[in-house]
Write a protein that binds this ligand. Structure first.
Ligand code: HH2
Length: 255
């Protein structure tokens, strides 16, 4: 899953893709590099980020979707926590709702429209989440949250077959929590739905191996995640992810 942030303030690619034509070209470039999905977001969720008003999020996002209409063979997902933004994006060709806040109204929207839905573990908002990073057993608690979320979604009409689960690396988690979760990702994968991981260039990787090594550490972390059963990697570096995924697949099927 290639990342396209049409924001001025995302931690890694903020400000690069604000122009709709440039953003559309980047989506097409990631598809050519081997992305199976493109995830478009217009509100940064990095810790401490300011909330973006709904009208502004639509203003950033919709022209990109309109510029891409009919030009992309792979599905688009929309990274938002607002119902009106998600509904507008689905009307403009997006097929998946990537909801980092597990919002009931977004689950109901996916249920009504048949869209795919990403259920992610988080706590609080980008402003409050780091204060809520307290766990006894992070892998077990995240897995329980996802299991419960699948059951709640089903009560709202969301077929589990529409859902991918995401442990939410960096969302209300310390560096130690992120590492423990990555080490024990196999437990999360046991929820029985495809697992999506967003590890790309995240700060806990930077803390371990330094900023200059971030692309390499991202690749190692993604390959490890795949080995533990993750199916989808939300990534900035599609070319590297594609190459690494081919290697992981070849290893997994080697005699
Ligand atoms: N991480 C970010 C944003 N959306 N969605 C899912 N499902 N999983 C994630 O881990 C995830 C996500 C944060 O990364 P990024 O988009 O690069 O930065 P920002 O939120 O600053 O735009």
């Amino acid at each position: 899953m290639g990342i396209l942030n049409v924001t001025p303030d995302s931690f890694s690619d903020g400000g690069r893709w604000l122009d709709p034509e440039k953003a559309a070209a980047r989506a097409l470039e990631m598809e050519a590099e081997g992305a199976d999905l493109i995830d478009i977001g217009a509100e940064s969720t990095r810790p401490g980020a300011e909330p973006v008003p709904e009208a502004e999020e639509c203003r950033r996002l919709f022209p990109v979707l309109e510029a891409l209409a009919g030009r992309l063979a792979v599905p688009l997902s929309v990274d938002t926590t607002k119902e009106a933004v998600a509904a507008g994006a689905l009307e403009r060709g997006a097929e998946i709702v990537n909801d980092v806040a597990a919002r009931p109204e977004l689950q109901a929207l996916a249920a009504r429209t048949g869209a795919g839905y990403v259920l992610m573990h988080a706590r609080g908002t980008p402003r409050t989440m780091q204060a809520l990073a307290v766990y006894g057993n992070v892998a077990a608690e995240v897995t329980a949250f996802l299991r419960e979320g699948l059951a709640e979604g089903a009560r709202r009409g969301l077929d589990p077959a529409q859902v991918a689960c995401d442990p939410g690396f960096g969302f209300a988690k310390t560096a130690e929590h992120n590492l423990a979760l990555l080490r024990r990702l196999g437990e999360v994968a046991a929820v029985g739905r495809p697992v999506l991981v967003g590890l790309s260039r995240k700060s806990f990787l930077k803390r371990i191996a330094g900023e200059a090594a971030l692309p390499l550490s991202t690749g190692v972390a993604e390959a490890w995640a795949a080995w533990q059963g993750a199916h989808l990697w939300r990534t900035h570096d599609v070319q590297a992810a594609r190459a690494n995924s081919l290697l992981v697949e070849a290893l997994a099927t080697a005699p």
